[in-house]
Design a protein around this ligand. Structure first.
Ligand code: ADP
Ligand code: ZN
Ligand code: ZN
Length: 826
């Protein structure tokens, strides 16, 4: 008998699986699921002879596919992903020539799309056994099994439920485990959510019980404490904190049923554990400067009716964050959600702290350093509407917000927004697209916007909001150049001008930052026999000497070796450490200023969790006089006492084989200069360079960003580089150099002949193949073929005609990857 419902309810579902596939598969909806099934829910489906989990992307009345298998079950009660988000995934997949299923795989936390499994929990009887209850003969255990059981129960109590597979140690069969489950020693549950749930034990005041006797002092204290707790419940961890060594009293109280024990799911908050060390200052009551107010006034209407994205172009220290925060407040008060992207969350604890200070636990943090469990918890909080602000690094662009009202991309010029594994997407560009699809306002902010974004302003596709001044009395620093002290000796980057400036600052109790983008002690070890630096055996780069580890290290592959006595290629013993890295500067500075507190910030320092936060905190508190660091010191920190910033070698980044070398140098110099003089004392910046007339350096010194963008745009136009052309970089890689070269040649030839056939001459240009600037990494040889076109349409048309998608899939020996709008050309 079929009801009216059946006729209306769809009979088929398209399910997208997290596999490199473009299209979803069709499954028949069993009658009992037809009403419930909704786009965006997870569904468990058969595929071949396996079971998979995917997302329902469409529901259909009809299907012309034959032999449709039934969908097995739905894993959610409500959609996990909104339709807007699904359209966004589809757009992204199409733009980057990536399989839609791969985008899904990338977007969702690991484990969310695994088939649900059976999990083993501690059973009622198991608990008692752990607490000393004797084994029952009825369970029929031999000595060995008793041991196994006790061990398993112990693990379950200590670390929570286990997947079935992991709960079967040597010798234990599933059948036997099921018998234990029947005896309530363990409990088997089929979980819908395949994440390992982290639980904690909680204790509740039992209202029906008599209070403990006066003699049991500790029990009375616990009893009184529990009565004061919200809901008269407290976690074991909290209790242990208040009453160290209360375990036995607790156990006694549980046995007497004075308190009730339970398990509760606990969500880990990465914020509370890592990022809340700094004082939660908040300045919600701050009066905005006129410029800030104008920017906010421009953004607010866009929260109602989004138009073109905004480019918040504000000099360092101009108070961009406050503008974001006001826009966020307005967005939340309209009942909409906020997504904020930061280039590297570990380097931005202040922004997160300020968000947290103003919005409290409504902030969810999302970045790649979160454990799977933490990610799942943050997802859960978003899905339960407990968090309506998501702040995170590039992958947060996929966050499952369903009522998105505002997307903020801070430091939009940063290269780390480009993902360079799997699907090569650019999170800033995708933020603009997600904003368009989901009708959300988009604010991109930077002191040094990318040339692309500046060009979008020029074309009136973005609206610029300018902050030219710092609030209050803070002024921009005085910037000067100093010739590099190379002429005398290549191994010293500390000019007398620089040392003098440091001495002056130190004598006044002020702080200085010395910036050098090279970690290690000596960046290379030079062989006088073959007249070249000693190279990594696996990569085409030289090895760096790290004195602290006493080793030569490869910064690309991590290869480490003791310092050799002979050159590995010519056996010569005439080896010399050359060049300067941060470790060496630290050494020399400590010698020159023995009384100063010197610290170093680079990737070598970041071994321990929390180390970075601690170091940044110390600099902020004025506990460090001289900070030496790589680009990590250039990011948006606000160090009140720093009045001198010195760039030890500004020419270093100018000579990169990349058309963006000038842009990056300008950005780096401007950003690092911005760390100087952020309070009342005017700041000073010294830039050591031998090319003071290069536009990137000259404009950074003169604080002339308009001038820089004008010259840079002119140069890009003349050379036919973005933003005047669009690029697609085909990256060809193989362990076999010859094969990689051959494939590259074939590829380039095929593309060229296609250009000819399609009459795209003069519209699309194919360059290469050429060896990549770093020709070998981890024993893999690398080649580039670059496709270039003034229009994205012609470029895409060629790539489609070339069936580039198929090329990307085939070939085990040689891997081809497609990088649309490449950012790093190395
Ligand atoms: P940016 O991100 O543009 O480099 P920040 O947002 O870090 O700048 O702001 C720099 C400093 O100025 C911060 O200490 C901030 O608290 C302060 N600030 C921002 N807006 C104002 C204002 N309207 N009045 C006074 N101080 C402000
Ligand atoms: Zn040699
Ligand atoms: Zn290497």
């Amino acid at each position: 008998m079929s009801s009216a419902w059946d006729q209306q309810a769809p009979r088929y579902a398209e399910v997208l699986l997290p596999l490199p596939l473009d299209t979803p598969y069709i499954y028949a909806l069993p009658e009992n699921l037809r009403v419930q099934a909704t786009v965006g829910m997870r569904a468990q489906v058969p595929l071949g002879n396996t079971t998979r989990v995917g997302i329902i992307t469409a529901l259909r009345e009809q299907s012309d596919v034959r032999q449709i298998r039934p969908l097995e079950r739905l894993l959610d009660d409500a959609p996990l992903l909104g339709e807007g988000l699904l359209s966004f995934y589809a757009w992204l997949a199409d733009y980057y020539f990536a399989p839609l299923g791969s985008v899904l795989d990338l977007a969702l936390p690991t484990g969310l799309l695994l088939p649900p499994g059976t999990r083993v929990f501690l059973g009622m009887m198991g608990k008692k056994v752990l607490d000393g209850f004797p084994m029952s003969a009825a369970w029929g255990l031999d000595a060995k099994e008793e041991k196994l059981l006790l061990k398993l129960l112990g693990v379950l109590r200590k670390s929570g439920p286990l997947p079935l597979g992991k709960a079967l140690p040597g010798g234990l069969t599933e059948a036997r485990l099921r018998q234990w489950a029947a005896a309530e020693l363990v409990m088997l549950k089929d979980e819908r959510n395949p994440f390992a749930v982290k639980t904690e034990r909680v204790y509740q005041w039992n209202e029906e019980a008599e209070p403990p006797t006066a003699r049991a002092k500790k029990q009375r204290d616990i009893w009184a404490y529990l009565q004061e707790c919200p809901q008269k419940t407290s976690s074991r961890a909290e209790l242990l904190q208040h009453f160290p060594s209360c375990q036995s009293s607790l156990k006694a109280m549980v046995n007497k049923e004075l308190v009730l024990e339970d398990q509760r799911e606990c969500l880990r908050s990465p914020l509370s554990t890592q990022l809340l060390h700094e004082g939660d200052e908040d300045n919600a009551t701050l009066t905005l400067t006129e410029e800030q107010q104008r920017a906010v006034d421009a953004i607010l209407p866009a929260l109602v009716q989004p138009d073109t994205p905004f480019l918040l172009h504000g000099v360092t220290g101009s108070g961009k964050t406050e503008v974001y925060l006001r826009a966020m407040e307005a967005c939340l008060s309209r009942g909409k959600q906020v997504l904020m992207l930061l280039p590297e969350i570990a380097l931005a604890p202040q922004v997160v702290t300020r968000l947290r200070a103003r919005f409290g636990p409504r902030v969810a943090v999302w970045h790649s350093a979160l454990s799977h469990g933490e990610r799942r918890d943050e997802w859960t909080r978003i899905l339960r509407d407990e968090a309506d602000i998501v702040v995170g690094a590039r992958s947060a662009i996929f966050a499952p917000l369903k009522k998105l009202g505002l997307i903020v991309v801070d430091e939009e010029h940063e290269g780390s927004y480009k993902n360079e594994e799997g699907v090569y997407y650019h999170a800033r560009d995708m933020a603009v697209m997600r904003g368009r699809i989901e009708q959300a306002a988009v604010v991109l902010g930077s002191a040094t916007p990318s040339v692309e974004s500046i060009n979008q302003v020029r074309l009136k596709r973005y609206q610029r909001l300018s902050l030219r001044e710092r609030p209050g009395t803070t002024v921009l620093p005085q910037v000067d150049t100093v010739a590099l002290p190379y002429a005398t000796k290549e191994d010293n980057l500390l000019s007398s001008e620089l040392l003098l400036a440091c001495r002056q600052r130190l004598s006044r109790g002020e702080q200085a930052i010395l910036f050098l983008n090279r970690r290690g002690f000596s960046p290379y070890i030079f062989c006088h026999g073959c007249e070249s630096p000693v190279q990594c055996p696996h990569c085409a780069v030289s090895l760096t000497y790290h004195r602290i580890q006493g080793k030569l290290l490869c910064h690309l592959c991590g290869f480490a070796s003791p310092v050799p006595k002979h050159c590995p290629s010519c056996e010569s013993t005439e080896l010399e450490l050359k060049g300067v890295g941060t470790q060496k500067v630290e050494d020399e500075i400590s010698q020159s200023f023995p009384e100063a507190r010197v610290a170093r910030l680079d990737r070598d320092v970041l071994g321990r969790k929390g180390e970075l936060t601690r170091l940044l905190q110390e600099v902020r508190a004025g506990d460090i006089d001289l900070l030496i660091g790589t680009q990590m010191v250039a990011k948006g920190h606000d160090f009140p006492g720093v009045t001198l910033v010195a760039v030890l070698n500004a020419d270093q980044s100018l000579h990169f084989p990349d058309f963006r070398a000038g842009e990056r140098t300008f950005q780096l110099l401007t950003q690092v200069s911005g760390r100087s003089g952020r309070r009342d004392i005017p700041g000073q910046v010294l830039i050591q360079t031998d090319s003071p007339d290069h536009p990137a350096i000259r404009c950074a010194v003169e604080l002339d960003d308009k001038g820089f963008y004008k010259e840079e745009l002119k140069a890009r136009h003349a050379l036919g580089y973005p933003p005047f052309t669009r690029l697609a970089l085909l990256r060809i890689e193989s362990r076999d150099e010859q094969q990689a070269g051959e494939v590259s040649h074939h590829l380039a030839d095929a593309l060229r002949s296609l250009v000819h056939k399609q009459n795209l001459e003069g519209k699309v240009f194919v360059l290469g193949p050429a060896s990549a600037p770093i020709a070998k990494i981890k024993d893999t040889f690398r080649f580039h073929v670059l496709v270039k076109s003034p229009t994205v349409r012609a470029l895409r048309s060629l790539l489609k005609q070339a069936k580039v998608r198929e090329l990307l899939q085939g070939g085990k020996e040689v891997r081809i990857r497609l990088d649309i709008d490449p950012v790093h050309m190395l």
